[in-house]
Design a protein around this ligand. Sequence first.
Ligand code: C5P
Length: 259
Amino acid sequence: MAQGEGQQTEENIRLTAKREEMAQRLMIALDYPDVTQAKLFIQKLEGIPCYMKVGMQLFYAAGPEFIKELKTRGYSVFLDVKMHDIPNTVKGGAESLTQLGVDMFNVHASGGSVMMAAARAGAASAVSGNPALSMPLIIAVTQLTSTSQEVMNGEIGIPGNVTDTVVRYAKLAAEAGLDGVVASPQESAAIAEACGPAFRTVTPGIRPSGSSLDDQSRVMTPGQAIRQGSHYLVVGRPVTSAADPRQAALNIIEEMIQA
Ligand code: C5P
């Protein structure tokens, strides 16, 4: 083999590995009302090893069977059901979700540190009962990106600005043994500074340049979010509503690699 060809192959292998790594950091929000529509969409992404995010709408309609099917197809799954209840109930919920084999799930940080620690204990209990399971990543919701400062101050009753609250919740989640937080990509750098670079930031509000904002207001492009230190990018409509979802996902992955 000529030297040039060898280098070419090495470069291809490196790029393929990088594409896989970035695809694993791209979470596609499967915001569909039923399994039929979700499956039709997934077919279009065949061969792209992205993370699948299942939220309340699809999970309440499709149930655990659909999660098991995603796992059988080889996808990593983030179950975005944002648990918030008394610690004992959250512990039981975490145990059930871990038994399903999800790779990530979340709880509200505003449930407090005992509740967050209970989520971890529930997951650990499921894993100790079945060695085939591995510990999922447990992520705290800080302040929803739909909550404005006015609502946070005037309705929820938390004074100060949103970023300070997000960082305070992130620290509380880290102290409770959680693995990261859901936050705006605009907060990723402040969270990394407060909780260290290994503490994961899962960031929705991603919009490739030129795409519609929909109802998101504090957005960043995939490249900007990666440069801000986001570990996982949550993307829904820019891929699910694209004329060519496969190409839209591949374009985002390329932009992540470039960043
Ligand atoms: O379509 P779009 O890219 O806006 O979808 C974003 C996804 O991230 C949706 O599933 C939404 O529920 C979720 N999400 C969000 N903001 C948060 C938490 C979750 O947009 N703060």
